[in-house]
Design a protein around this ligand. Structure first.
Ligand code: C2O
Ligand code: CU
Ligand code: CU
Length: 509
């Protein structure tokens, strides 16, 4: 049954599933069987519950945005120190644990963090380096570290098969291959608990550098954008039913853990920007300034692309060059983006992420050639992936389900198989009413085209990505190849959807 059928059928049912929350109004829409195409009523959202195994709380009064101080200078991300003195070796420890920090003056917020830092420390390593990270799990539940976008061996990928129990530790070890320079991140990926572990603060940044980077003349700044919800007592609440449906967005979108920091851009600089939010889309725009897109998830483009705005879906990263030497005060905006949230939830309004102060300084020449992306060659295999949303009855309650090819994630089921080294075209179809970002583990891919309303739009530039957004009913064709054997996840990167089963497994043999 799809959502529309469900909505039509449900009008005949008694309203016994309403959760005791503050929402009272209009049962009329349902009672009249009115088709609510994109937006279910708030009541409906309360009535349809996510799976019974999920923690759900009522919406609680939130902290006023103004309670979090804004306007201080952007703090650079703290770097994870390399404990190894051997050349070509990076070794360090990440401890995941609850910690109290003072975000709101005079109040303690309990977060779950890596090395007590929010966001987690930045790892910087070079192509060719061997990286050894010890994870110490001091959480009360199992966790993993997933190296999002990095081409690591499957048993080092930190997927749900390799849980590290509460109180346990493990060593991750991998070598960064040539050509992997780019902007990555790391986050937990245990079975079912990924959303909570990330919204409580566990996520960190990872940059792989190349010895022949064409942009070294530009100084760099790093902007990790994360989402945070705080209650009046400055605590992080559990997910509500609406969060499980739409993906969680808090009242804050922070840059390097700060609310609306002031970023001073000297001359022309290179910015790396991460969308490390669970579900928030960032339609980035700098009023009065264009910028050059020079890199995506998996590193540099072939040449810079001038842009006024760009949508960064959850988990995506970009590198841009910005600044023209003119003094000016502007801002970094996340413009309103309608991703067709359900339950009558309005799209986000325009939001200021940071103040930007451009000042005079060095203006290196932007190279017109950044790198030659290798051609993957002709594809000899095809894969089809479909994202679906359905309603079902379980335990007398209507439940929303988020599925891949009609199925909910099962760790013991292989959904697709690929041959090592075989170039493939993946056709990914979003057969649903809302946006979903598709993410594939173990490799990067190149988007060839997208099809929406029967219109095929070829990709306008070549780029390496591991995450791509799909509008409702959009199809994306991408080309990829897996060069490591093993089991790899592919899923929606709205973490609440992933956590409810919008995930599947590819076995590469
Ligand atoms: Cu960023 Cu499967 O994850
Ligand atoms: Cu990933
Ligand atoms: Cu989704």
């Amino acid at each position: 049954m799809d959502r529309r059928e469900f909505l039509n059928n449900i009008s005949a049912l008694p309203l016994i599933y309403l959760l005791p929350t503050g929402f009272s109004q209009s049962k009329t829409a349902m009672a009249t069987g009115m088709a609510m195409d994109h937006n279910m009523s708030h009541d409906m959202a309360q009535m349809v519950t996510p799976s019974s195994s999920l923690k759900v709380v009522a919406e609680s009064p939130l902290l006023a945005e103004s309670a979090l101080p804004k306007g201080s200078a952007l703090q650079p991300l703290s770097q994870l120190a390399n404990n190894s003195h051997a050349i070509g070796h990076f070794s360090a420890t990440l401890t995941a644990q609850p910690v109290d920090i003072e975000l709101v003056p005079g109040k303690q917020t309990t977060v779950w963090a890596y090395n007590q830092q929010l966001p987690g420390p930045l790892i910087e390593a070079f192509e060719g380096d061997t990286v050894e990270i010890r994870l110490i799990n001091q959480l009360a539940q199992a966790t993993t570290i997933h190296w999002h976008g990095l081409p690591v061996p499957a048993d080092q990928d930190g997927g749900p098969h390799h849980a590290v129990a509460a109180g346990a530790e493990r060593l991750y070890r991998f070598t960064l291959p040539k050509g992997s320079a780019g902007t990555y991140w790391y986050h937990p990926h245990p079975h079912g608990d990924t959303p909570e572990q990330v919204y409580r603060g566990l996520a960190g940044l990872f940059i792989v550098r190349s010895k022949d980077d064409p942009l070294t003349a530009f100084s760099e700044q790093h902007l990790a954008i994360s989402d945070l919800r705080l209650t009046e007592s400055a605590q992080i609440p559990d997910n509500t039913a609406l969060d499980w449906m739409n993906g969680r967005e808090g009242q804050f979108a922070l840059v390097n853990g700060q609310r609306e920091p002031v970023i001073t851009i000297v001359g022309k600089q290179r910015l790396r920007i991460w969308n490390a939010c669970s579900a928030r889309y960032l339609q980035l725009h700098i009023p009065g300034m264009a910028f050059s897109l020079v890199g995506t998830d998996g590193g540099l483009l072939e040449q810079p692309v001038t842009m006024q705005e760009i949508v960064l879906a959850p988990a995506q990263r970009i590198e841009i060059l910005v600044g023209d030497g003119q003094m000016r005060h502007t801002s970094l905006q996340a413009l309103s983006y309608n991703r067709e949230k359900m339950g009558g939830v309005e799209p986000e309004k325009d939001r200021t992420l940071a103040q930007l102060h451009f000042v005079a300084g060095p203006l290196p020449v932007t190279p017109q050639h950044l790198r030659k992306l290798p051609e993957l060659g002709p594809a000899t295999a095809h894969k089809k992936v479909e994202f679906n949303e359905t309603m079902s009855m379980e335990g007398g309650k209507h439940q929303m389900q988020f599925l891949v090819n009609g199925k909910s994630f099962d760790m013991n089921r292989i959904d697709l198989e690929s041959h090592l080294g075989e170039v493939e075209i993946w056709e990914v179809f979003n057969n649903s009413h809302m946006d979903h970002p598709f993410h594939l583990h173990g490799t990067q891919f190149e988007v060839l085209d997208s099809v929406l309303d029967k219109q095929t739009i070829p990709a306008t530039y070549r780029a390496r990505r591991d995450t791509i957004n799909l509008r409702p009913y959009e199809t994306v064709h991408l080309k990829t190849v897996h060069t490591q054997k093993g089991v790899w996840m592919y899923h929606c990167h709205i973490l609440e959807h992933e956590g409810q089963g919008m995930m599947a497994q590819l076995q590469v043999k």
